[in-house]
Design a binder for this molecule. Sequence first.
Ligand SMILES: [Zn+2]
Length: 156
Amino acid sequence: MKRHYPEKTRTTNAFNIYYIKQFGVNGVYFQDSIFVKHTASLRKVENGLDEPLPRVTSHELGHALSLPHRQNVTNLMASGTSGFALSAEEIQRARAAAGKFGWIKPAGTLLAEANRLFDSGQKADALRIYQSLALLPFETPQLTQARRRLKAGAGR
Ligand SMILES: [Zn+2]
């Protein structure tokens, strides 16, 4: 496996994700790295995600965040299906596991950090964080403020 993930391609503050052409399985999580077969295929289930690469990547991220297999076919952690659901308990477990990685920060923590940087005049650093937060697919007053500051900063 080592030749598939040379040291120079690895980082210690993110999961390393490799998409590879030939692989015996759809994907695997191994030593802080995720390997996904470029031609991964899944057994379709009702209301499943018909996009193998993001589904398999998400499944392997689930393993990285401590989730074991669960063979309910509509579940993200089912092997080889297009299922993508997670139970409330799995979400809690994954969040708790994420908290143990020093480089994973909750959105609220990042937002507070960005606001502190912004208010102290370090706007370029703040805008970099706002840019990441702006991608989150929901609306809150705090995210609206981050998007407004990002838009204003980008227009300078
Ligand atoms: Zn698995």
